[in-house]
Design a protein around this ligand. Structure first.
Ligand SMILES: Cc1cc2nc3c(=O)[nH]c(=O)nc-3n(C[C@H](O)[C@H](O)[C@H](O)COP(=O)(O)OP(=O)(O)OC[C@H]3O[C@@H](n4cnc5c(N)ncnc54)[C@H](O)[C@@H]3O)c2cc1C
Length: 222
């Protein structure tokens, strides 16, 4: 299995528990937006602890970007990444993953499940092909948004933010359930891109199929 040792160029928190890493890009390294790679920290005790993370950068950028939710509650890889900064080294592997853009549709993300869509939406925006795509972005509260301002700028009225625990007037404060999907989606023959916690993805997938979506039109990393 190919391994690529790369330096962290810059790292910093973009909200209370999500950290953005800019890392060196190995020569000739490319990926399809939506893909991920297995990442380890190149430091004693951590080199064999591989965890998958998605590229949120574009291929044309000179560096790779990862956007990683840190779980500080136990001594896992993301906890360690929370303490990993510029100058440290990561070990990357080959890109992999099933979530890639197939055509216009609705992207439905739960929490850090937005990361493959960040890469795809950034690329579509850059290529002036974003129009006609929509994003339904579910988070616990607005403080959990990842690149919220950029998504708003790119998608404008094609972005629906859903907060499951905001409790503030003016916010869509609810879950993505059957009624929500009936209300917000008029065409079930389009592509649907789903990413988030397993339960979130399986529940939404079942509702979409029940409402008439085609199994071939669902793009899910399973
Ligand atoms: C293809 C793919 C792409 C991904 N891309 C991204 C990405 O771009 N960004 C991103 O943020 N995530 C991404 N993930 C998820 C990411 O891989 C996991 O969050 C990461 O592996 C967690 O590693 P960890 O060692 O910190 O936690 P692990 O030890 O692997 O634990 C993972 C989960 O279990 C819980 N958990 C486990 N043990 C304990 C414990 N003792 N106490 C409390 N909680 C515990 C954690 O809270 C967490 O929810 C992706 C996953 C896949 C499959």
């Amino acid at each position: 299995m190919a391994e690529f040792k790369v330096k962290v160029l810059e790292a910093g928190f973009i909200n209370h528990d999500v950290k953005r890493f800019m890392v060196q890009k190995p020569a000739g390294y490319t990926f399809v937006p939506g893909q991920a790679t297995d990442v380890a920290i190149n430091k004693p005790g951590w080199t064999d602890k591989l965890r998958p993370f998605t590229f949120t950068s574009l291929n044309k950028w000179e560096y790779l970007e990862f956007t990683i939710k840190i779980y500080p509650d136990h001594n896992g890889v993301t906890h360690e990444l929370g303490k990993t900064n510029a100058g440290a080294e990561l070990i990357l592997h080959e890109p992999f993953g099933a979530i890639t853009y197939k055509g216009r549709g609705t992207f439905i993300a739960g929490g850090a499940g937005i990361t493959p869509f960040i890469a795809i939406l950034r690329e579509l925006y850059h290529n002036k092909q974003l129009k006609g795509n929509r994003l339904i972005n579910s988070n616990k509260t607005s403080s959990d948004l990842i690149y919220g301002d950029e998504l708003q700028m790119m998608l404008k009225e094609d972005l629906v933010n859903v907060y499951t625990r905001e409790n503030v007037i003016g916010f869509l404060d609810r879950r993505i359930d059957r009624d929500f999907l009936i209300e917000h989606i008029s065409d079930f023959s389009q592509y649907f891109y789903l990413c988030g916690p397993d339960k979130f993805v399986s529940a939404i997938k079942a509702i979409l199929l029940d409402l008439g979506a085609n199994i071939e039109s669902l793009v899910v990393d399973e």
